[in-house]
Design a binder for this molecule. Structure first.
Ligand SMILES: Cc1cc2nc3c(=O)[nH]c(=O)nc-3n(C[C@H](O)[C@H](O)[C@H](O)COP(=O)(O)O)c2cc1C
Length: 357
């Protein structure tokens, strides 16, 4: 039987998670050169930038890498009265915090998904991964025609089954522990937070032979082995790579995640309008209780973007989204290639410790 690593033409069952805003061509290329699958999270990027980032990665490595997009409707049509109320609330918060930044109405709420998808097909990465929704059958066919392998993100067994039935080559299951946005799409009105230990076997049973990739809270080789024992074909690690020098995360963010107490890593809606795991800070606490009244993604994300930029520039990390997984404090700042080698060394040691002969 062909393993997932063979299918994706990689040496190790290790995927560096796409991290929009933090993954870089340097990171993806370093991981690829070290034998893992490097990924670029380009969900916030316009088509031209997607092509540029793919070209930059190709200039650094001849090995396979993944591009990752958020599947969204092309146009957001928010209730403008709700947008106005959100702007008032956010601007008042900035004023109270003494920050000279106010919300503005952007020209677009987000890049158009269909244009991003066309750019991804043009860039022809070996692998494409998707979160926030299923692709259509026509989009799946287009990727197959371009010889691009597809990984879909799921947060429940039902979502995993939906991706497997849609023809994904693998399904990445995102446990509740995972840093960043929740990638799910079924279960309207709920935010499923199924723990990874429960989710892997449930998804394996639901996927009918389609390989399952485990994501969420995995920080070392022993965690990768545990995921494999539960049935995962590979592990996808995000937060572990956030502290690497190749990561575009701000220095304050990298520092804060090493100090993150597990109970302060929470599911947060108030930055982007979509549940995401990160550090509970002053901004999050100020909006606690009213986050559900704010617009949904991508509208709120666009409204808070200038505020987050201004707060970062003013050194106010306590007002910035600092996404990270549940075990953030276990991140080890070191070059991405060294981290891959260390993870694989730990994985082999753990395997030997469990089955010495
Ligand atoms: C800073 C950050 C940004 C992320 N951005 C994306 C993204 O753009 N696309 C995506 O599919 N997943 C994204 N994720 C989620 C990862 O794919 C993965 O589920 C998660 O990192 C696994 O949990 P861990 O961070 O504990 O390793 C992001 C995660 C983090 C920490």
């Amino acid at each position: 039987m062909v393993s997932l690593a063979q299918q994706l033409s990689i040496e190790h069952p290790l995927i560096q998670a796409p991290m929009a805003g933090a993954s870089t061509p340097q990171m993806a290329a370093a991981v690829a050169e070290a034998g893992g699958l490097g990924s670029l999270g380009v969900g916030y990027a316009e088509p031209q930038a997607i092509l540029e980032q793919a070209a930059q990665t190709r200039a650094l490595t001849g090995r396979p890498f993944a591009l990752n997009l958020f599947v969204l409707p092309d146009e957001a049509a928010p209730d403008m009265a709700a947008v106005a109320r959100a702007r008032e609330r956010l601007d008042a918060l900035m004023e109270r915090e003494g920050l000279d930044a106010r919300t503005t109405l952007p020209a677009r709420w987000a890049p158009r998904f269909s244009d991003q998808f066309a750019a991804l097909c043009e860039a022809r990465p070996a692998v494409a991964s998707f979160a926030f929704d299923l692709l259509t059958s026509a989009q799946m066919q287009e990727l197959k025609r371009c010889d691009i392998r597809v990984i879909g993100t799921a947060t429940t067994a039902a979502e995993a089954r939906a991706w497997a039935e849609r023809g994904a080559d693998a399904v990445c299951v995102q446990g509740a522990e995972a840093g960043g946005h929740r990638g799910g799409f079924l279960h309207a009105g709920e935010t499923p937070l199924v723990g990874l230990f429960a989710l892997i076997p449930l998804a394996v049973a639901a996927c009918d032979g389609v390989p399952v990739i485990a994501a969420g809270g995995i920080m070392d080789g022993a965690g990768m082995l545990a995921a494999e024992v539960l049935g995962a074909a590979a592990s996808q690690l995000g937060t572990a790579f956030l502290a690497c020098p190749e990561s575009a995360a701000a220095e304050a963010w990298k520092r804060d995640l090493l100090d993150a107490e597990d109970h302060r890593v929470a599911t947060i809606r108030s930055f982007s309008g979509r549940a995401a795991r990160g550090l509970r800070n002053r901004y999050v606490e100020a909006l606690e209780g009213s986050a559900d009244e704010l617009p949904v993604y991508p509208v709120l994300n666009a409204l808070t973007a200038p505020l987050r930029r201004a707060a970062a520039a003013a050194g106010r990390a306590d007002l910035v989204s600092e996404w990270c997984g549940q075990a953030a404090a276990r991140a080890r700042p070191q070059p991405a290639a060294e981290l891959v080698a260390r993870l694989m060394h730990e994985y082999r040691l753990a395997r030997r410790a469990v089955a010495p002969h």
